[in-house]
Design a protein around this ligand. Structure first.
Ligand SMILES: NC(=O)c1ccc[n+]([C@@H]2O[C@H](COP(=O)([O-])OP(=O)(O)OC[C@H]3O[C@@H](n4cnc5c(N)ncnc54)[C@H](O)[C@@H]3O)[C@@H](O)[C@H]2O)c1
Length: 254
């Protein structure tokens, strides 16, 4: 599908990979709706790229229903939906004193990363079902974001890889179910990208991660992620797939 003239929704768009994707889609001529918890930077980006903003928590059913309804009213139902909202919380399962970690961090990470992705898929797909088919019978395209941590989770990071494993595992059943409506579902597994999430890690951890990257030996730029989203939107034969975008990095134990 050509993004030009189509309506798109991007979550996690206040910064990082989501913001770069919203910019790229606006540049490609799409009508863009953006969602994030952080209302202020979201509004700034909306003004900058001519998008509509709907601040909300992607893990909440009612708030997302209202946000999607607001964007539908502004731009029409979306044919393109990209899930970038996510959080990374590091926590040992059992701490050095042998005490169990509180359940809250794990539950919240699953609710945002996996639940928030499912929340976008269910609402966006429901709107796409009612649209007229384009070439190849295509009604919509959904792109989600897992992480290479889904496949090589490091110690002290159980919640994040568990949530991202769920996002990757959701890709094929979603693509299979939604195929009869002409909706494709693909997933991107980024390695290290230069965003607030990566900058939030201690320098020592960032250096050790960079060390594991094979080639090119640098972090990815959000624009390189956005370029893959655009390719997935445009290339109709790619469906039900999770694509690593990672300079051949394979994460070690820690
Ligand atoms: N940066 C990396 O190296 C990297 C690597 C692998 C995967 N990822 C994944 O890519 C996605 C984007 O990450 P990023 O690097 O741009 O991170 P980021 O922290 O820069 O951006 C994430 C955005 O999600 C928003 N968000 C968080 N919780 C939310 C919620 N409950 N509701 C709505 N918005 C919420 C944040 O406010 C933020 O704007 C995430 O899913 C992340 O797990 C990033």
């Amino acid at each position: 599908m050509d993004a030009k003239g189509q309506t798109a929704i991007v979550t996690g768009a206040a910064q990082g990979l989501g913001a770069a994707t919203a910019r790229a889609l606006a540049e490609a001529g799409a009508k863009v709706g953006i969602i994030d918890l952080k209302a202020e930077p979201l509004e700034v980006l909306a003004v900058e790229i001519g998008a509509s903003a709907a601040p909300c928590d992607v893990s909440e059913a009612g708030a997302m229903e209202a946000a999607i309804a607001k964007l539908r009213e502004a731009n029409g139902p979306a044919r393109i939906a990209v899930a970038c909202a996510g959080i990374a919380v590091g926590e040992l399962i059992v701490n050095r004193e042998g005490e169990p970690s509180p359940l809250e961090g794990f539950s919240r990470t699953l609710a945002v990363n996996l639940g928030g992705t499912y929340n976008l898929i269910r609402l966006a797909a429901s709107d796409m079902v009612g649209l007229s088919p384009l070439a190849d019978g295509e009604r919509g395209v959904i792109v989600t974001t897992t992480s290479i941590a889904a496949f090589e989770g490091q110690m002290g990071q159980s919640a994040y890889p568990a949530s991202k494993g769920g996002v990757a595992a959701l890709t094929l059943p979603a693509a299979r179910e939604l195929a009869r409506h002409g909706i494709r579902v693909n997933c991107i597994a980024p390695g290290l990208f230069e965003t607030g999430m990566l900058r939030g890690l201690p320098d020592k951890v960032q250096d050790s991660l960079l060390d594991m990257t094979v080639f090119p030996k640098r972090v990815g730029q959000p624009e390189e992620y956005a370029a893959l989203v655009r390719h997935l939107i445009g290339n109709a034969i790619i469906n039900g797939e999770t694509i690593r975008l990672d300079g051949a990095i394979r994460l070690g134990m820690k």
